[in-house]
Design a binder for this molecule. Structure first.
Ligand SMILES: [Zn+2]
Length: 444
C-alpha cells in the first residue's frame, strides 16, 4: 500500500469520534469516502453470548448505520469476525461430544454457537455486517503473516511456539500506553523461560494429537489468539483501514498485539486510524460473573424469566444499552430495562420514509455517538412535535423473535439509515401521548 493510500483524504462530514490511540475526540476523515472500512472483534463461539457481549454489537451497529447514512449504504464495509479456533472451543467439544472425532465435535460446537449468536443479535435489531470472516478460513494467511514476521526479525521460535518479539518494536504499547519496562516490573506471573521478554506473545503453538492443528513450517499447530484479526482485517479491509472497535477489555493485550503484528508485518505507521472502545457492563451494580449469580446470556433475557422475573423484548434491551453513551460504564439493571420500556411505550409508531433526520438527533450522534443525547432529542420530538419523529428509530424489518415482542414497531436508535420528516399523512398516533419530560434517571 502506498503512503498516499493510507492518508485520510476523505471529507469531514461532521462526525467526531474519541480515538483511543490519541485519547482525543477527533474529526473523522475516511481514507476513502467511497469505501469506509470498519473492523470489530466478534465472538469466540463456544457458549451463549452474554449481555456484556451484546454491548459492542449494538454500539458498533449504531456506528455502522450512521456511517451508512453519511457515506451511503454501499460505501461502508463492516467486518466482524467469528473466532472459531480457541482452546475453550476444544474443551467444550470434548465435553459435549466425547464420542465424535475432534474436528467434527469442534464444528458442531462452533456452528451451533454461531447460529445462536446470530439469532440473539437479530432480536437486538442488529444489521448483518458486510463480511463475517471466520478464523479457520484464514489459517494460511496467518501462516504467511507469521513467516513474514520471522523473516523481518519480529518473531522467533522457542519451546514449541512461535512468539512475537515485543522488544523488536520500539513503540510497542502505544495503544494501551504501557511501557515494556513497566510490564516487566509489574509481571506477576513467572517469566516463561523460553520467552525472550515476558511480554512476548504466542503467534503459533504446536498441537498434540488430541488438539486441532494445521500444517505449518513450524510443525502441526494452531494460531495464537491475536493473529487472526490482523490477517482477516488486512485481507478484507486492507493493511490500513479506518476504524477498529471492540470492548475496553480488548485494548490490552488483544488490540495492542494486533497493532504490533500488523504494523510490523506490513511496515505501516498504523493499523487503523481510529480505535474505539466501549465501556464495561455491570449487572445490578456488580461485575457480572457466574460465581456471583448475576451472569445472564442474551438468550436468557429474551426468552426466560431469569432476569427480573420476566422476559424482555429485544427492542428494550437495545434501547437500555443506548441510553448510556458507549464509552461510559453501564449498569444493566431491571430498573434500567423498565425505564427503556416506559420510554418506548410513550413513542408513537412511525412511518417509514427516506427523508432526512431531525438535526438535533443527528447532531447528537455525530458527537462521538452520543446516543443518550439522541434519545433525549428524539423523545422531545416525540412528545412535543410528533410529526417530526424520525423513523430511523423504528423498523418493520425485524423478525418477531419471540411472541413476547409487542405488536408495536421495534423502535430503537438507528434501526435504519433512512429518516422521517414531517408530512401530512405520514404519522398517526397509536396511543395517547403524555407531555412528561424525561427524568434524569431515565437518561443515565
Ligand atoms: Zn480482534
Amino acid at each position: 500500500m502506498s503512503a498516499a493510500e493510507t492518508e485520510k483524504s476523505g471529507t469531514f462530514k461532521g462526525l467526531k469520534l474519541t480515538n483511543t490511540l490519541t485519547r482525543q475526540k477527533e474529526d473523522f476523515r475516511a481514507i476513502d469516502d467511497g469505501n469506509v472500512r470498519l473492523y470489530v472483534c466478534g465472538p469466540t463461539v463456544y457458549d451463549f453470548a452474554h449481555i456484556g457481549n451484546a454491548r459492542p454489537v449494538i454500539v458498533f451497529d449504531v456506528l455502522f448505520r450512521l456511517l451508512r447514512h453519511l457515506y451511503g449504504a454501499d460505501h461502508v464495509t463492516y467486518a466482524r469476525n467469528i473466532t472459531d479456533v480457541d482452546d475453550k472451543i476444544n474443551a467444550r467439544a470434548l465435553r459435549d461430544f466425547p464420542d465424535l472425532p475432534l474436528n467434527e465435535a469442534i464444528a458442531r460446537v462452533t456452528q451451533k454457537t454461531a447460529d445462536q449468536f446470530h439469532k440473539d443479535i437479530r432480536s437486538l435489531g442488529v444489521l448483518e455486517p458486510s463480511i463475517e470472516p471466520r478464523a479457520t478460513q484464514h489459517i494460511s494467511g496467518m501462516v504467511e503473516m507469521i513467516a513474514a514476521l520471522i523473516e523481518k526479525g519480529h518473531a522467533y521460535q522457542a519451546g514449541g511456539e512461535v512468539l512475537f518479539d515485543t522488544q523488536s518494536m520500539p513503540d510497542y504499547g502505544g495503544l494501551s500506553k504501557r511501557k515494556l519496562d513497566e510490564q516487566l516490573a509489574g509481571a506477576r506471573i513467572a517469566v516463561d523461560a523460553h520467552k525472550k521478554n515476558p511480554g512476548d506473545f504466542v503467534l503459533w503453538k504446536l498441537s498434540s494429537e488430541e488438539e486441532p492443528g494445521w500444517d505449518s513450517p513450524w510443525g502441526r499447530g494452531r494460531p495464537g489468539w491475536h493473529i487472526e484479526c490482523s490477517v482477516m482485517s488486512a485481507h478484507h479491509l486492507g493493511e490500513v483501514f479506518d476504524i477498529h472497535g471492540g470492548g475496553l477489555d480488548l485494548i490490552f493485550p488483544h488490540h495492542e498485539n494486533e497493532i504490533a503484528q500488523s504494523r510490523c508485518a506490513h511496515g505501516t505507521k498504523v493499523m487503523a486510524n481510529y480505535w474505539m472502545h466501549n465501556g464495561f457492563l455491570q449487572v445490578e451494580g456488580r461485575k457480572m460473573s457466574k460465581s456471583e449469580g448475576n451472569f445472564f446470556t442474551i438468550q436468557e433475557l429474551l426468552e426466560t424469566d431469569s432476569f427480573g422475573g420476566r422476559m424482555w423484548p429485544g427492542e428494550v434491551l437495545r434501547l437500555a444499552m443506548l441510553m448510556t453513551n458507549y464509552r461510559e460504564p453501564i449498569d444493566f439493571s431491571k430498573r434500567k430495562l423498565e425505564e427503556a420500556e416506559n420510554l418506548l411505550a410513550r413513542w408513537p409508531d412511525p412511518v417509514e420514509t427516506d427523508a432526512a433526520p431531525a438535526a438535533e438527533v443527528l447532531d447528537a450522534l455525530l458527537d462521538d455517538l452520543n446516543t443518550a443525547g439522541a434519545i433525549q432529542a428524539l423523545h422531545a420530538l416525540a412528545v412535543e412535535f410528533p410529526r417530526t419523529l424520525p423513523s430511523w428509530m423504528f423498523t418493520r424489518h425485524l423478525p418477531r423473535s419471540s411472541a413476547f415482542i409487542r405488536s408495536r414497531r421495534i423502535c430503537l436508535a438507528l434501526m435504519r439509515p433512512a429518516f422521517w420528516q414531517p408530512s401530512k399523512n405520514a404519522w398517526r398516533p397509536s396511543m395517547p401521548r403524555t407531555g412528561r419530560k424525561l427524568t434524569r434517571s431515565a437518561m443515565n
